[in-house]
Design a protein around this ligand. Structure first.
Ligand SMILES: Cc1cc2nc3c(=O)[nH]c(=O)nc-3n(C[C@H](O)[C@H](O)[C@H](O)COP(=O)(O)O)c2cc1C
Length: 115
């Protein structure tokens, strides 16, 4: 019998992980590009931990998610976790690490250029 452990388990227990110590100076930025993988139709638990403890308000945001073909409502959930900001753009990438690097870099560059 196989079991799910580690990060995957957090999706089902709805327990967001405690993050390792980090420093981030949100005030230093006007435009923030933020995103991560979709897990079970939602932003991955670690990203939700980050947004729970780091206040991001009054910023211009570019939001993205990476997924395997079923992004669900992950972008909507991400936006709901970031009230009081201006969403300058949003996009999604399908299995970017499995795609041609140059193609993905071009896709990212073009999107970032629109923000
Ligand atoms: C626990 C877990 C849950 C996932 N749930 C979804 C999902 O609901 N929909 C989806 O399209 N991909 C899902 N994925 C796939 C990841 O979103 C995908 O592998 C990742 O975004 C691709 O980024 P990478 O190439 O950096 O791994 C899941 C992956 C894991 C590990």
């Amino acid at each position: 019998m196989r079991s799910i452990s580690g990060g995957g388990k957090q999706v089902f227990t709805h327990k967001n992980p405690k993050l390792k110590p980090y420093t981030v100076s949100i005030d230093d930025y006007d435009l923030i590009i933020l995103g991560g993988p979709v897990w079970a139709g939602s932003p991955a638990p670690a990203l939700q931990s980050f947004l729970g403890e780091t206040k991001i308000r009054g910023k211009k945001l570019g939001l993205f998610v990476c997924h395997g073909g079923g992004k669900g409502k992950a972008l909507d959930t991400l936006k709901a976790l970031l009230p009081g900001n201006t969403i300058a753009g949003e996009t999604d990438f399908v299995n970017p690490a499995k795609q041609d690097r140059g193609t993905v870099a071009k896709q990212v560059g073009e999107w970032v250029g629109t923000l």
